[in-house]
Design a protein around this ligand. Structure first.
Ligand code: ATP
Ligand code: MG
Length: 387
């Protein structure tokens, strides 16, 4: 039997992870600081203790709006006028990394955040993907297979950031070009070269986005179809306009077809206000191998198990990367697992040597991790104990 989401290369990877986190005016935390080592972290406490808020703060170590996709004005501690801020020190093979992110004190009403890496302000938060890779599983993701394709694209793109730091920038450029084309068509752009330039960006970025996604889907599928253990096997497919073309045609023909589509659909897209072709319409399909069903048709429990399989397969692939520090955030995952899967999850986390952050209200569910993980107890946004 194959190991549980683990491959041999992991033993050569150094211990890495968060060593210190400080929060200021961040949700329930007015001022909070915590020092740790690189072992996994088990965070327990009653409802409302601040467990999810702390995990959410860590989710800002990669590009995006955090795992709740909250408005930044909701993150600011209620009743406070101060901007929220997160500061994290991470251990890596070298001298370590310091990341600071939060609202700009000079522009506290803004919905964009500023980020500093080792004290240097970076131009775009896309730079974070070069330093940290995160995979998370939260209760909000329970409906991932039932809701629209956007959530699944976002899920996949976040996984891709972990393997390909340029992906976040690629997506930004693609989305900017989409908005620009739409505006030019609406305004009746008189300069054909301008429009062609924007469409050329859509072709180049669109194909690069699709290729990066396909590569990660292929890597995950290779892990998930050969895995043997208590989590389900799965097959992943990415379906969309470009995926189909890339499968059948040469790169030059795919580019030509995309260019032709853009040139001939201008009038239709001006009327509809959107482009009906490209990677912003792709969808990630997940098949539960044992039954041959699409994930959306599986039972609630099967869907949760499938998600856990994908997340752990991603963690396995990220764990062997040496350039970005991998973290695994799991909010309220353990309480829903039976004993066999719980043990298998703990075993995989320890073998992967990844700093996983696990939350729950009941510390007894984590007793198998005693000695191998750090146990934090929180109450009322305060640290009660750390062992
Ligand atoms: N902007 C904010 N300002 C102040 N408090 C906030 C803000 N946003 C959320 N909170 C509060 O933070 C508290 C902790 O929330 P959190 O989601 O972290 O709890 P939790 O420990 O995960 O609880 P549960 O076990 O129920 O999931 C809640 O009481 C919530 O109302
Ligand atoms: Mg919570």
């Amino acid at each position: 039997m194959r190991c549980l989401f683990v491959n041999q290369e992991v033993s050569e990877v150094p211990l890495r992870g968060v060593e210190r986190i400080s929060l200021s005016h961040y949700r329930c935390y007015e001022s909070f600081s915590l020092s740790l080592d690189t072992r996994p972290v088990v965070m327990t406490g009653p409802n409302g203790a601040g467990k999810t808020n702390l995990l959410e703060a860590l989710s800002f170590l990669i590009p995006g709006r955090g795992f709740r996709r909250a408005r930044f004005s909701d993150i600011r501690q209620q009743g406070s006028v101060e901007p929220w801020a997160i500061s994290v020190s991470l251990k890596d093979e070298g001298e370590g990394i310091r990341i600071g992110t939060g609202l700009d004190p000079d522009n506290p009403e803004s919905e964009s955040r500023i980020t500093r890496i080792n004290g240097e302000k970076v131009k775009s938060q896309s730079a974070l993907a070069e330093w940290v890779s995160i995979v998370w599983l939260t209760p909000q993701m329970d409906r991932l297979f039932l809701e629209g394709s956007q959530g699944r694209r976002r899920f996949l793109d976040r996984l891709v950031y972990g393997f390909d730091a340029a992906h976040a920038q690629r997506l930004n450029r693609y989305e900017k070009a989409l908005r620009e084309r739409s505006l030019l068509l609406r305004q009746g752009c008189a300069d054909p070269y301008w429009l062609e330039g924007v469409e050329e960006a859509l072709v180049n970025e669109g194909i690069a986005i699709t290729e990066a996604r396909l590569k990660v889907v292929g890597q995950l599928t290779a892990v998930l179809t050969t895995y043997e253990g208590p989590f389900p096997q799965a097959d992943l497919f990415l379906r969309g306009d470009l995926e189909k073309q890339l499968d059948e045609k040469s790169m030059t023909d795919v580019e030509k077809a995309f260019r032709r589509h853009l040139a001939t659909s201008r009038e239709q897209d001006r009327l509809s206000g959107r482009l009906s072709y490209g990677p912003h319409r792709s969808d990630l399909h997940v098949i539960f191998t044992e039954k041959g069903h699409e994930a959306g048709l599986c039972s609630t429990g099967e869907q949760k198990a499938l998600l856990l399989s994908i997340v752990m397969a991603s963690a396995q692939l990220l764990a062997v990367r040496t350039d970005a520090i991998p973290l695994l955030l799991m909010d309220e995952v353990v309480a829903h697992l039976d004993e066999i899967r719980r043990s298998a999850l703990f075993d995989a986390i320890l073998k992967l040597k990844i700093q996983a952050w696990l939350t729950g209200t009941d510390p007894s569910l984590f007793k198998e991790m005693q000695g191998d993980a750090q146990f934090l107890s929180l109450e009322g946004a305060r640290l009660v104990s750390i062992t």
